[in-house]
Design a protein around this ligand. Structure first.
Ligand code: NAP
Length: 196
């Protein structure tokens, strides 16, 4: 049984994340995908409360049999580190050979700054998305033991980011069809991103 951990701030979750998750699931034969919204990201301030990001992730993934959402990082009181999350999943019975950690390319490129990053390639296979035809620059600077455990999935070009969605929501430019409908309703009815 292969398990994928989809790590991200998800502020908010959008179709780009879902597309990447689904491509990873299909291409790597992953049986179940667990979305793990970050709690208190070590390098970030000024983000939407974790409970809102968790709720949006639940709404975006509801009804998809292979998807679930974990509160593991949200419920941790200390700053969250990927290495601790992976260890917790392994402790719950998953073999490191069957564990995949999926996240965005920009995040993956900063992995050498993550807490205890040297241990991460021993705990899982790393997966990141790239767009077909776009060179992946920066990966060659990562240490070989990281590159050896890194797999790519190709996702269709999709110009969408959480930053842009927050700006559109703030400016009232509309976010329909960029995020799942229930996420759109959640953002609008809670006036998220109105003050960024
Ligand atoms: P981020 O800076 O918000 O995202 C970096 C880039 O990756 C953005 O372009 C983002 O797009 C994209 N992205 C983020 N998550 C993605 C996903 N699951 N699938 C596809 N694209 C994704 O990065 P982050 O969200 O804070 O962190 C990503 C993961 O790395 C989290 O699991 C986090 O815990 C981990 N991390 C760990 C440490 C540590 O252990 N010390 C430090 C940093 C990050 P959007 O902006 O559109 O989302």
């Amino acid at each position: 049984m292969k398990t994928g951990i989809m790590g991200g701030t998800f502020d908010p979750i959008h179709y780009g994340h879902l597309l990447a998750a689904e491509e990873a699931r299909r291409n790597l034969g992953i049986d179940r995908l667990i979305f793990v919204p970050t709690g208190d990201p070590p390098f970030k301030r000024d983000i939407t409360p974790a409970e809102d990001r968790y709720a949006m992730t639940l709404l975006a993934t509801a009804g998809v049999l292979e998807y679930s959402v974990s509160r593991i990082e949200i419920d941790r009181k200390e700053p969250t580190h990927t290495v601790d999350t992976l260890r917790a999943f392994i402790k719950s019975g998953i073999n490191p050979e069957d564990l995949y950690f999926i996240t965005g390319l920009d995040a993956m490129l900063s992995i050498t700054q993550w807490f205890d990053y040297e241990k991460i390639p021993e705990l899982c296979t790393l997966v990141t998305a790239r767009r077909p035809g776009y060179p992946v620059s920066g990966i060659e600077n990562l240490p070989k033991f990281v590159r050896d455990k890194l797999k790519y999935i190709e996702i269709p070009q999709f110009a969408i980011s959480s930053t842009e969605i927050r700006e559109r929501a703030r400016d009232g430019r509309g976010i329909r069809f960029l995020v799942p409908h229930l996420v759109q309703i959640y953002i609008e009815s809670n006036s998220l991103y109105k003050k960024i």
